[in-house]
Ligand binder design. Structure first.
Ligand code: GYE
Length: 328
């Protein structure tokens, strides 16, 4: 299996090598100076995290002198698949894919491999069965993010005698961050032996609008009395939920404790305003690191299967000091 991947990389490097010698006349081939043509199939523009990630990758490609063909797939897997197919037809040097969901990639990844074009995953991952069809992934350890949230919750509610009642706003159904942030969180609650109940858990698709709408449904269905904690898989859904909680006459951060993941300026500001209680950082600013990876892949270097970007987590005592450091 490893051989197959290496063959894929080798073919990609060969394509690059030919164009570097000036042998090709395809408009998508890299330049003689080592510049590359990179196709980037981005998830969408659903969050501040995503906007910052797109900007970081675009700026880094420009700074490195590579041509970036950028497609915003509007959170639609079909659009991402067509973008990847277009990149294959254009014979780009490397394809960067941020897969909106984990499943359903085998066919198009196989097409890329057959065309000898290496694929790098940025941010989100694909299911383990497709592991041989991409070279490497650069992004966050989403399960670890979930564990950080779980560790804080288990400590915060350790003495909650009548059990901790939890609402969860999940990210896009079937996406790696939704699956893993959930798994990591409950893994720790179970390991710590916290007495808890998941009162409700629904997807808010990583957007503020859907996060707010789902929270309104939670409030109508369950009320907020006796609910201890809201775990929102990203800032936007948490911020949308905060609006819904305020509109229902309750005080977010006090009547109900709130955890969010990402750590945008808006998220930290809500923390400084006392409206939420814990922020797990997810770092979107990895464009420069991604360009290094893409160059290594084009060069045929061998790489680790996964490189995690560095991330932290912040409680209320740290929000104010950290806010000015936020980049998105
Ligand atoms: O947390 C969320 C975005 O895949 C890590 O996607 C990313 C997530 C991020 O929409 O805000």
């Amino acid at each position: 299996m490893l051989k197959k991947v290496l063959a894929g990389i080798g073919a990609g490097a060969l394509l690059f090598g030919l164009s570097a010698c000036g042998g090709g006349d395809d408009d998508a081939e890299g330049g003689a100076d080592g510049s590359l043509v990179i196709g980037f199939a981005q998830v969408g523009a659903e969050s501040a995290w995503r906007t910052a990630n797109s900007a970081s990758v675009q700026a880094a490609a420009e700074a490195a002198g590579h041509e970036l063909k950028f497609v915003d797939a509007q959170q639609d897997q079909e659009k991402q698949i067509s973008a990847v197919r277009d990149f294959i037809n254009q014979q780009v040097d490397v394809i960067v894919l941020a897969p909106v969901v984990e499943t359903g990639w085998t066919e198009v990844l196989q097409e890329a491999e057959d065309a000898g074009i290496p694929v790098v995953l940025a941010d989100r991952g694909v299911e383990a069965a497709d592991e041989d069809l991409y070279v490497t992934r650069l992004g966050s350890d989403f399960a670890e993010e979930g564990r950080k949230a779980g560790t804080w919750a288990a400590e915060t509610f350790a003495d909650d005698a009548d059990g901790t009642r939890i609402l969860e706003l999940q990210g896009t159904t079937g996406s790696a961050p939704a699956n893993d942030r959930k798994a990591g969180f409950f893994e720790v609650l179970d390991a710590e032996g916290l007495d808890y109940e998941i009162v409700d858990s629904q997807s808010g698709n990583f957007t503020a609008e859907e996060g707010k709408a789902v929270m309104e449904t939670f409030i109508t269905t369950h009320g907020l009395d006796g609910i201890d904690l809201l775990y929102a898989h990203n800032d936007e859904m948490g911020l949308g939920a905060i609006q819904a909680i305020e509109e229902s006459g309750k005080v977010p951060g006090t009547d109900i404790q709130i955890i969010i993941v990402d750590g945008s300026k808006a998220g930290f500001q809500a923390g400084v305003d006392g409206k939420l209680n814990y922020i797990v950082e997810c770092n979107p600013v990895f464009g420069d690191q991604l360009m290094d990876v893409v160059e290594q892949v084009a060069n045929g270097d061998s790489l680790e299967k996964f490189t995690a970007v560095e991330e932290s987590a912040f409680d209320a005592s740290q929000f104010e000091a950290e806010l000015p450091n936020r980049q998105f």
